[in-house]
Design a protein around this ligand. Structure first.
Ligand code: GCO
Ligand code: MN
Ligand code: MN
Length: 395
């Protein structure tokens, strides 16, 4: 690691709004075809290790830390008190809480099941998470709808299921308004997260755009309290351009929280560390976010590979992900100041000054200018590779 270079100090890392999820560090390497390769670890260890690295925030699902049978009971209060102490002891804060409405058998038919008792339970779960969020001082609540969809067509009526799903979000927002006013705290920012292909065969809200439509559908009683938590890889998975998906969220004023990771198009959710597959695309994403003043969290929602040891999770996976993010973020700032890109962009925006309305004349007047598109792309890669600073190879 020392030989690799490019690392920042914990103090430098803490200047960025980066959060480390409990489930990411505690991931044991298991999946349908995979036995675990790492042993369970406690939230105390995760928080302590994040603190040493310099990750300033922590996020969790309710059941990452509280067993299902303890939710809403004394066990929950004891655990939340231990979390608070652990965060305070290690100089972290809780930025986000999220409800697991996908893993437990009760959610096999989704949190918006036909069964009223399952829906009642799902509503209680999201309201209980709002309580946990306020107790831990969180700003955000995230909702990944998980099994909102079906394996077999026919039984699930899509419009009704979406109405029922909206009822859970409405319950969470209404409960939040009551709790926040009692505590004198701001309400949480409720953020929906889409994933296109898992865990159902068909997903009712598969993309961030589908969720924007859902938020604006009239089904929510408090659409102003609900925004998005896009995940980079989830937008890439369906074949979209993550940067364009983020741009659509930005123009709707709904880009509130962002899960950062990497992976491949049209594949399953591999949750690889940010910038490890598509660093150029990531640079472009961060240029967009920096130039629009995005100031929400960057949540390290990725899974350390199965081949990495428990030691490696905190010595290799998390520090390298954080440092690559910081490098790309700072590089995005460099691009925004770059005299060549600025000059090329201004020239493109000024146009050729052609007075004619004849398309051929307009094209002729602009065609040299339009070469600047490629020049800007070339310059971005030079910056990414350090070539603009004179890095050369002997041949
Ligand atoms: C995934 C999902 C989850 C969610 C989490 C928050 O990749 O499986 O993104 O990690 O982010 O469930 O609700
Ligand atoms: Mn995610
Ligand atoms: Mn994912």
């Amino acid at each position: 690691m020392d030989a690799c270079g490019g690392s920042y100090t914990p103090e430098q890392r803490r200047k960025y709004y980066i959060s480390g999820p409990q489930w990411a560090a505690a991931y044991e390497g298991h999946a349908l075809f995979h036995a675990p390769t790492r042993s369970p670890i406690s939230f105390e260890t995760v928080i302590e290790e994040y603190g040493k690295i310099g990750i300033p925030c922590w996020a969790t699902h309710d059941t990452d830390v509280i067993p299902s049978d303890q939710l809403g009971k004394d066990g929950q209060h004891e655990i939340v008190a231990r979390i608070k102490k652990s965060l305070a002891d290690n100089g972290l804060r809780c930025s986000m809480v999220t409800t697991e409405t996908f893993h437990h058998a009760v959610f096999a038919s989704s949190p918006a099941s036909e069964s009223p008792e399952i829906r009642k339970y799902a509503k209680w779960r999201v309201c209980n998470t709002v309580d946990i969020g306020h107790e831990l001082g969180a700003e955000f609540a995230v909702y990944w709808p998980g099994s909102l969809g079906y394996q077999i067509q026919g039984a699930v009526e899509e419009t009704q299921t979406l109405r029922w799903y909206a009822e859970s979000l409405n319950a969470a927002c209404e409960h939040d308004i009551a709790v926040a006013s009692k505590l004198g705290r701001p309400t949480l920012k409720h953020c929906m997260e889409a994933k296109p292909f898992e865990p159902q065969a068909e997903i009712l809200l598969p993309t961030s755009d589908a969720m924007l439509g859902f938020i604006a559908s009239g089904l929510l009683t408090h659409p102003e309290m609900v925004g998005l938590n896009p995940e980079y890889l989830h937008e890439l998975m369906w074949g979209g351009a993550p940067r364009a998906a983020l741009a659509r969220a930005l123009t709707s004023g709904k880009l509130w929280h962002f899960d950062i990771n990497d992976g491949y198009r049209l594949k399953h959710d591999v949750d690889i560390a940010v910038g490890l597959v598509n660093p150029l695309d990531w640079l472009n994403v961060l240029i967009l976010l920096r130039s629009h003043g995005y100031n929400g969290p960057f949540n390290l929602d990725y899974k350390p590979p199965r081949t990495t040891s428990a030691f490696g999770v905190f010595k290799v996976s998390f520090p390298t992900a954080v440092d690559r993010f910081i490098t790309l973020w700072e590089m995005a700032g460099e691009v925004m100041q770059d005299p060549i890109i600025s000059e090329a962009s201004s020239a493109l925006r000024a146009g050729a000054g052609c007075e004619s309305n004849d398309p051929t004349e307009i094209f002729e007047a602009n065609k040299e200018l339009l070469s600047l598109h490629e020049l800007i792309g070339h310059r971005l890669v030079q910056i990414l590779l350090g070539v603009h600073r004179g890095r050369v190879y002997s041949v």
